[in-house]
Structure formats: structure tokens, C-alpha cells
Ligand binder design. Sequence first.
Ligand code: NAD
Length: 435
Amino acid sequence: MATDLRLPTDKIVRPDKDRFLNEDNPFEAMMSRFDRAAELLDLEPGLYKVLRHPEKQIVVSVPVLMDNGEVEVFTGYRVLYNTSRGPAKGGIRFDLNVTLEEVKALAAWMTWKCAVVNLPFGGSKGGVVCDPLKMSVGELERLTRRYTAGIISTLGPDSDVPAPDVNTNERVMAWVMDTYSMHVRHTVTAVVTGKPVEMGGSLGRREATGRGCMIVTKEALRHLKMPVPGTTVAVQGFGNVGSVAADLLVKEGCKIIAISDRTGGYHDPAGIDVRHAIEHVKKHRTLEGYLGGERITNEELLMLQVDVLLPAALENVITSKNASKVRAKVICEGANGPTSAAADAILEENGVFVIPDILANAGGVTVSYFEWVQDRGGYFWTEDVVNQRLTEIMCRSFADVLDLSRRHKVNMRTAAYMLSISRVATVHRLRGIYA
Ligand code: NAD
């Protein structure tokens, strides 16, 4: 059913490139999209103020006994951006570049992402400033457990549910779950998602984000009346999201003509053998030394003449500096924030159809939601059921966003923000302000 947004139909704001001056500040980049959608929604000033602020920000010092006998103190964050629609949902990242601004932006992103696919969740994010590649397994476990203890007052299946993110994985989630369970004195599987299947994880979770990208790419091609078989695709980033999306797109008849990772890119107009590339990465950890294509740079990959470009590595790779050179007809944003706000306007002018990150990569959080539902029900689904329900949600969400974008003559990103902000705003109006 179409969402009622109380939108004045004659008020269509055209992108104004000068509004997006700070391409590097992640919170400002995200908020410039929020502002544009809020303006189109004619959001009342009070609600606008509420939604521009995170609900809760926690900063913790995390002392860890290192293997050399010395104590190091790390800084950890957890931000709950908005919980009006349900428990906060968002990953934990371990990285030297983690900042409070970034965690705030990512927590807001999670709020809009959960709302755009209509999950009963709010948004959160967490991070610890550390270099996990230089830490032993024991140090990482102690760091994870002490960080979890530091933020434990927010955690819980009804309040805040973490998941893996950059440099955290199933094993880290198992430690978070165990630490929480020890504190509350009983086993609580639903306190995290992205866990090992053996302890309450969901089948299909690992592939979910890439599968979601494949599903919405097919929906976009159908909308643009482009046949799926023979569609040419370039994929930046060949990790969890990029490699799974590439593999599934090949199964749908697409031709992957370029792939890349942190070691560089590989181009073969006749089609990359994706299975072979996946085997190479399994063996060597990266694509370095892969012989199935001509070497290109990551920047060159973004400029290839392809039907679909799938950035699935980093944020801010398509900016005001290179957006005008993008020749793809469709961009499916597997990564979070691969396109800067300034680049949005240029891509729109050039007629590129962008499936925005909050929709394109929502497959992961959707199956995280399935994991939480299965844990709470104590009843687990087959992989086929998981995939079928994921397909339903991704197709319905794509159709909802497309419908809004057509009705209000805005691009898919603005429509996705309008849809999600309106859903969060509706709940705020119904709940009112507790005083
Ligand atoms: P990953 O670590 O499995 O893979 C990342 C890939 O990007 C690797 O191939 C890496 O070599 C490559 N990469 C790193 N630096 C690069 C560079 N400078 N140039 C080109 N490639 C580079 O991570 P992932 O889980 O696949 O996540 C990728 C993106 O998708 C991130 O933006 C992440 O936030 C987003 N995302 C992931 C999920 C998920 O479920 N995994 C869900 C939503 C969004």
C-alpha cells in the first residue's frame, strides 16, 4: 500500500550542488540527504530537531591486559540514534579510523535502513578505536568482553542488538553474546545477530547482503526495461558483499567484466570467471596474483562502460571529482555511502539510476532481523524460507521507493530517505513526547 506522506506535490526541490560542501564529514554527508528529504516532507520543526539528534551516545574507556603484560586503554563508542520503531540495531566495528562522528552517522544510517525495508527496529552503531590486525586472538577477546561490559546498560534483545561490521565477525559476536549472557545469568541468543549458526545464527545471513544487491539490481533492470541476461557489471570490492553479489548475478545470466579489491582491479570484457576468483581469494586472502583479467586501477573500474556498477568496498569513492566520468547506467550501492552527496546531483543530471545504499544493502539487516525473530521464537527456518522472505521484502521495498520517486519526481535516494523518515516520523507523532 502506498504511504501517505502529506507532501505538497508542487514543491519539488532540485539538487543544489553548493549545499553539499563537506564531502568528508560522514555525519554531515548523511544529514544533507536527511535535510533534503525532510524539506520535501515538510517535516514539522520540532520533529526535524528530534530526528537530527542521536538519542544516546556512550563513550567508554576499555582497559585491556595485552600479551606483553602491559595495560592498554582503548576508546569505545556506542550510539543509539533512534529507537522509536523498536530495539536499536547496528554493527560494531574495530578500526583505527573510528570516530564518534562516524559512529553517529552510521547509527543514523541504520535507522533509515531499517525503516526503508520496514523492519521493527531503530538504528545504532558501535566501534572501538584499535588496530585489530596487530592484536592477538586473546587480546581481541579481552577487548570485546570489556567493551561489551562497558556498554552493557544499552544492550539487550529488546533494547540494542549489535552485529558484525568492519573487522568484527561471527566469533566476536559469540564473545559479545557470552559476556552479556554471563552478566544477566542466562543464555540470551537474540542479543546479537551474525552469530555462528551453531549458536542461533541464521542460515543465509552470510550471503544476505550480496543476495539483496542481486535482487534489487534485477528489479532496477526490469524497471528500466533492460534484459537481465547479458547485463555487464563491474564490482568494486570482492569481499562478503561484492563476491556474493557477483556470483549470484552470474547465475542470473549477467556478465561480470571487472572486479577489484584493495590490491587493484581485473578487467575482462569477455567475462571474469567469478567462481575461479572466489577460489583464488579463499586461497590467497586477496585477488593479488589473479590472472583472469587485465590489471586496472580501482579508479578505472569506476569509469568502465558497463550496464551496472556495484561499489561494494568503501565509502566516498564516487565524489564530485569523478562522478561525471561514471558511464554505468545503474549503480547498486553495496557499500555504505560509496557516493558523496555532491556526486548524487551529478549522477542525477547524467541520468544514472542509483539504487541507494539504505535500500541496496539492506539484505544483511533484513536477515539479521530474521535471525532475531528465530532466536526469540526458538524455531529455525530453512535457507529456502530465509531467501524467499528476503526476496519478498527487497522487492516490496524497491517497489515502495520507486513508487514514491515517481509520484514526487525525485531520485531513488531522496525517495528512500523520504519513505524511511516518514515512517520514523509517523511513530514519533503517534507516541508523542514523553515529559
Ligand atoms: P569485506 O571486508 O568482506 O570486503 C571488503 C572488500 O573491499 C575487500 O575485497 C577489500 O579488499 C576491498 N577493499 C578494501 N579497501 C579497498 C580499496 N581501497 N579499494 C578497493 N577495494 C577495497 O567487507 P564487506 O562485508 O563485503 O563490506 C563491504 C561494504 O559493504 C562496506 O561498506 C560495508 O559497510 C557494506 N555493508 C556490508 C554488509 C554485510 O552484511 N557484510 C551489510 C551492509 C553494508
